[in-house]
Ligand binder design. Structure first.
Ligand code: XMP
Length: 425
């Protein structure tokens, strides 16, 4: 389907930095799409591009047959070398100039225009039918909810599953924003006991993840069956799609396999509605802002699907999960108060099922350990430890030890990725 006028296609001849380059051009209101150089002529022309930019690292002479085939389309054509990341900005300027002068682009790619276009698309696709959407409280599914609600109102039914591993006040916040302020049709399913019972005594990280994933699918499928909607809304975003396309046509070059939110299996027989699949994360946030979603929701740190389940090491008990939830809330509160929340990619508490000896009110204690991890990263593939101010770590530590029953020691994780992963499980 041709939706956006003035599409310029970036043909990827093996550039690692191509997402950044595509975003820089989009920031100048020109819609870019990235395609592998192995793309078929038909697929390319489906987008009715007004120009082509061949992106390579180093030698311009790679894959001459494909280059010649693209040239023969007689579209405005530019060659850029993205080998050196330090010149990406100036190269993007040159590309923008090419789009404006040679391709006839006017720079009309704005999020306001996108919202209008996509709302019309959603209405065409869905008609009078219902759409079910799994709302996680994360940025992508929240923005999809707001977009679908604007397009089809009560035909949208959101399902929010409380799996018992959510952060403090999360169920309340999601209900406040979506059910009350947006007046959306929201089904709140409290399945905490079901999840926590299944997880009882399970300490192996992979087993925990599998149980959480499978249970989530079952609970969601049950709720969706009652709604009887032919369509499923999904918060797939553009990097999910780009990273599932191999750089060089070789499937082993895939960065990550295309996953959808909550990892729902295909045999649920839904038709998918993926209204932000063409957007980069920053664009998704901008759409959310225009639709009136609160900034504390749009600027939230990424959060793993299995939630506190992978930050509570070992077997999950209700009592120790409560310890983690309280400690996590204190870490977030102190981060926000100090202004460090927005300066880090992810900062969180981890519950370590190890007891150490301590002192409190002249009494010997023998209690659990909480670790704090704070990292910055560009793509979550590698990550650096953030040097949080000592005063901030001090106040987090003091509050956790004073306010959280059952903790008498706090440690800071100084391990970058690699060798550590971001999450501990
Ligand atoms: P790791 O721990 O692999 O994490 O260094 C990289 C990024 O992915 C997030 N993460 C997940 N996200 N489901 C998700 O949606 C998961 O199961 C999951 N595990 C890790 C992690 O928070 C970090 O941002």
């Amino acid at each position: 389907m041709k939706r956006t006028p003035e599409t310029v296609v970036l043909l990827n001849f093996g550039c690692r930095d191509i997402q950044k380059f595509a975003r820089l051009i989009r920031d100048r209101h020109i819609y870019t799409m990235v395609m592998p150089y192995t793309v078929s002529r038909e697929r390319l022309l489906e987008e009715q591009p007004v120009g082509l930019i061949v992106c390579h690292e180093g030698m311009e002479t790679q894959h001459p047959a494909e280059q010649a085939a693209f040239k023969s389309l007689n579209l405005p054509f530019l060659n850029v070398n993205l080998e050196n990341p330090s010149v990406t900005d100036t190269t993007a300027e040159r590309a923008v100039d090419f789009c404006l002068t040679s391709c006839g682009c006017r720079g009309s790619w704005t999020m306001e225009n996108f919202i209008q276009e996509v709302i019309a698309d959603i209405r065409t696709q869905v008609g009078n039918e219902k759409v079910v959407l799994g709302l996680s409280g994360g940025v992508d599914s929240s923005v999809v909810a707001a977009l679908l609600h604007k397009a089809i109102g009560d035909q949208l039914v959101c399902v929010f599953v409380n799996h018992g591993l959510l952060r403090k006040n999360e169920p309340e916040m999601v209900q406040e924003v979506f059910a009350r302020s947006f007046a959306m049709n929201l089904r709140y399913v409290d399945a905490s006991n079901r999840f926590l019972d299944k997880l009882k005594g399970i300490a192996n990280p992979e087993k925990k993840r599998k149980i959480i994933g499978k249970e989530f699918i079952d609970v969601f499928a049950e709720a969706a069956a009652e709604i009887n909607a032919p369509f499923l809304g999904q918060g797939t975003i553009y990097p999910d799609i780009l990273e599932s396309i191999p750089l060089d046509g070789n499937p082993a070059g895939v960065i990550k396999s295309h996953h959808n939110v909550g990892g729902l299996p295909k045999d649920l027989h839904f038709k998918l509605v993926e209204p932000v699949e063409r957007l980069f994360k920053d664009e998704v946030r901008a759409v959310g802002r225009l639709l009136g979603l609160p900034s504390e929701l749009l600027n939230r740190h990424p959060f793993p699907g299995p939630s506190l389940g992978v930050r509570h090491l070992g077997a999950i008990e209700r009592s120790t999960l409560k310890i983690l939830r309280e400690a996590d809330a204190i870490v977030t509160e102190e981060l926000l108060k100090s202004g460090w929340y927005d300066k880090t990619w992810q900062t969180f508490a981890i519950f370590v099922p190890v007891k150490t000896v301590g002192m409190k009110n002249h009494q010997r204690t023998y209690d659990y350990l909480i670790a704090i991890r704070s990292i910055n990263t560009v793509d979550a593939v590698t990550a650096q430890v953030v040097r949080l101010p000592w005063e901030l770590l001090d106040s987090m530590t003091a509050r956790i030890i004073n306010e959280v029953q059952g903790v008498n020691r706090v440690v800071y994780d100084t391990t970058p990725k690699p060798p550590g992963t971001i999450e501990w499980e």
